[in-house]
Design a protein around this ligand. Structure first.
Ligand code: NAD
Length: 296
């Protein structure tokens, strides 16, 4: 089985390494030449376009920034749907709006190409260690077919329902994550301002009812969690601009169904401000900069 992997960035670049380690033949493409070279150095087969990669493939995996790029790669002028053979499988792991993947899947179905969504959680560490959680939106037959491939890159394969439901799960999860990270940042920064040692405060929160993933595993205050981006200058994590994108997806989805979003909209504004002030490329836990210029 030949695999094409399109989008070899922070996540895709690490995920594909695990496919290569498992002995898969992978044809890859990315707009970024450095990412492409890194892939080739690990044994991947470099291609000159998404179509060139897809032509060789039985299975295509896409890991792109947003819906615009996903639509372009599948449906654009040089899109892969035009060259894939009937019977091919496509797995989009990007985080995008549920409707976009449903539209693309319907167009694929007309050509006998099965397309599903499998966005991920677990960040770059999960991508590196092959411990990602995949939230899968697919019919039963597609689910069975993609499981052996996804197992090479992840630990938890969760079937959410039909195409698009993986994205629904993902945007709801990230809505909660954005809110909880902002809550922990607000609490930690307030505590420090009032004079408690942040280490002591984190120890209390993490054995009390304020405890959550954002406080315990990924605390936004530096040097509470040795492996968290906050302990390395907020570098190499989940970019604030991607969190802003995901909050936008949640707010937009809520508007479509007249759902009264409250906290999500507030936190979206906080992330807008953070990105405008120059932290867009930093990890999303840098939201703490909105409360204190330099947590130390
Ligand atoms: P990234 O920006 O690092 O990588 C995306 C890659 O796609 C880049 O290398 C870019 O050059 C490439 N690309 C863009 N347009 C392209 C095109 N038309 N053709 C080919 N390549 C193209 O982003 P990432 O952090 O890897 O995230 C990818 C997706 O995964 C996003 O939707 C993000 O929301 C989601 N995600 C990220 C994380 C994380 O921790 N970084 C965690 C979970 C989910």
């Amino acid at each position: 089985m030949n695999i094409a992997f399109i989008g070899l960035g922070n996540m895709g670049g690490l995920m594909v390494q695990n496919l290569l380690k498992s002995g898969q033949k992978v044809f890859g493409y990315d707009l970024n030449e450095v990412a492409l070279q890194h892939f080739a150095d690990a044994g991947g087969l470099m291609c000159e376009s998404p179509q060139a990669a897809a032509k060789q493939a039985d299975v295509v995996i896409t890991m792109l920034p947003a819906a615009k790029q996903v639509r372009e790669v599948y449906l654009g002028e040089n899109g892969i749907l035009a060259v894939l053979k009937a019977g091919s499988l496509c797995i989009d792991c990007s985080t995008i709006d549920p409707q976009s993947i449903k539209d693309i899947a319907a167009l694929g179905e007309d050509k006998g190409i099965r397309i599903c969504d499998a966005p991920v959680s677990g960040g770059t560490l999960g991508a590196q260690d092959a411990t990602l959680t995949f939230m899968i939106g697919a019919d039963e037959k597609t689910l069975q077919a993609i499981q052996p491939i996804l197992r090479q890159m992840g630990k938890n394969l969760l079937h959410c329902g039909a195409v698009g439901t993986g994205q629904i799960a993902k945007i709801c999860n990230n809505l909660i994550l954005g809110i909880s990270m902002t809550a922990v940042a607000e609490g930690m920064a307030l505590g420090a301002k009032l004079g408690i040692d942040p280490q002591a405060l984190a120890a209390v929160i993490n054995t009390s009812s304020g405890r959550c993933w954002s406080s315990e595993i990924y605390n936004p205050w530096p040097d509470i969690c040795a492996n968290a981006p906050s302990s390395r200058g907020y570098k190499d994590g989940f970019a604030a601009q991607l969190m802003l994108k995901d909050l936008g997806l949640a707010v937009e989805a809520a508007e479509q169904v007249n759902y009264p979003m409250v906290l999500g909209s507030l936190v979206q504004k906080r992330y807008q401000q953070l990105c405008q002030e120059g932290d867009a490329a930093l990890d999303f836990s840098s939201i703490i900069h909105q409360y204190t210029a330099e947590p130390a």
